[in-house]
Design a protein around this ligand. Sequence first.
Ligand code: GAR
Length: 197
Amino acid sequence: MVKIGVLISGSGSNLQEIIDACNEKRINAEVAVVISNRQNAYGLERALKSSIPAVYIDPKKEDFNKKVIEILEKYKVELVCLAGFLLKISEEFVKKYRGKILNIHPALLPKYGGAGMYGVHVHDAVIKAKEKVSGCTVHIVDEEYDKGTIILQKKVKVLKSDTPEILQKRVLEQEHIAYPEAIKIVIKMLFEKTKNH
Ligand code: GAR
């Protein structure tokens, strides 16, 4: 069973989907630890409700990334999932878990990614640009913000009546399907040996 570490900053609804997918054995993994840069993130409560260690790390600390790595090592994490984690991780972090860090983004990357593109801001930009289709992307994290290899995307129609908040809700529903699916693909790619090996 692959040990997953999930990094969050907020509600953690994607985290919940990952926990549920593990519990229901839709993916061959377990969430070993949840780490947040916000003390009051609801996702920490979700973790505790599922008896998963929940750790807050102060983002103001200079060695924030080092501390995160220490915790991931303590829980023997093999795959890192950023799920609404709103800080950019350090190059050292990327190097340490190269190819084994996933992120979910609420748009069809490479469009509407990068600094400042998070949460409702993304949907606001999509509507302002009069896009007809939006969606979500699960990708591998590398040194460049929101630019790593795409694992999968799910599309959502943008309706004339959409506000950023309404679109956000529909995209989030697709995120909840996409993230466990993407994790399953990555686990197969990275950790499950084929019969020929
Ligand atoms: C999700 O919509 C996720 O795609 C987004 O934050 C939300 C977190 O929701 N992430 C970003 O915008 C990253 N740039 P959740 O805490 O309920 O999973």
